[in-house]
Design a binder for this molecule. Structure first.
Ligand SMILES: Nc1nc2c(ncn2[C@@H]2O[C@H](COP(=O)(O)OP(=O)(O)OP(=O)(O)O)[C@@H](O)[C@H]2O)c(=O)[nH]1
Ligand SMILES: [Mg+2]
Length: 242
């Protein structure tokens, strides 16, 4: 890849998956990684440190000690990422659902957009090994979010995204309301309100084979409520015009 790319990977109990993902990312030229671990009880943080010792110039690790959460982890990771020299900042799950081989296509699309979503729900996008129940939940979540927030993207909940560095740096992270997964929807909502160009590139999403999902009841409840909160505050947290 011609551009310099920084990938933020939040981890919680991904000890078996992280080395495979990192190997895939290290095989891509001009890619660096920041792992943001939330004191995983399974020792993912130590695994990340060991990987970083193997590639000190390309892998950084953050060990969070404050309240756990995907959104909080991303906020910490992004704050660090925008301090580092790079052209594109990406977000990616650690559970091997997101293939590093899709990265060049996503990064290339940053030429014509501020935010590029690795999307399951555009032509060419696929989901492998998801049970029917999980497919329905994701489909429903996307319909619901689009209906409530009027977001245009087909896949508003994908965690595989690339941002033009300046667009990411313009996000008002300290005003975000989400702790967990709904952070992903909030970012998109704020980006759209700021007039950023959002585009989608198809990916093949593969269900995790190892480790456990962290999709808890609390996370689902937050995801159901947040779209309404965003609309109610009209994304004020993302609006400098107030
Ligand atoms: N740092 C951090 N990472 C988290 C937290 N919760 C989830 N993650 C990471 O976020 C990514 C997505 O989490 P998953 O559990 O795979 O969630 P999902 O992909 O929506 O659900 P599945 O389809 O069941 O895998 C993975 O890399 C997780 O390790 C958290 O509280 N803190
Ligand atoms: Mg997953």
């Amino acid at each position: 890849m011609a551009r310099s790319v920084l990938v933020i990977v939040p981890t919680f109990n991904e000890r078996a998956n992280l080395p495979v993902l990192v190997a895939g990312l290290m095989a891509q030229p001009n890619v660096r990684v920041i792992v943001v671990d939330d004191q995983s009880p399974d020792g993912t943080g130590d695994v990340a440190d060991a990987l970083a010792r193997g590639h000190p110039a390309r892998i950084g690790v953050m060990h969070r000690t404050e309240r756990r959460g995907l959104g909080r982890s991303y906020i910490d990771g992004i704050k660090r990422a925008i301090e580092e020299p790079c052209d594109v900042i990406c977000q990616m799950d650690a559970d091997l659902s997101h293939d590093p081989n899709h990265l060049p296509a996503l990064v290339a699309a940053v030429d014509r957009a501020d935010v590029v979503i690795g999307s399951r729900y555009v032509r060419g996008g696929k989901i492998v090994n998801w049970p029917r129940r999980r497919r329905l939940l994701s489909r429903f979540a996307n319909r619901y979010i689009r209906l409530v927030t009027r977001l245009n993207a087909r896949d508003c909940t994908s965690g595989y995204r690339c941002w033009r560095r300046e667009a990411m740096a313009a996000m008002p992270l300290d005003r975000f309301i989400s702790d967990g997964y709904s952070f992903l929807v909030e970012m998109l909502f704020v980006a759209e309100r700021r007039g950023f160009r959002i585009t989608e590139v198809p990916i093949t999403f593969v269900e995790r084979r190892l480790g456990e999902s962290k999709l808890s009841r609390a996370v689902i409840v937050e995801s159901a409520v947040t779209p309404w909160r965003l609309v109610a505050t009209r994304g004020m947290q993302g609006d400098d015009r107030r």
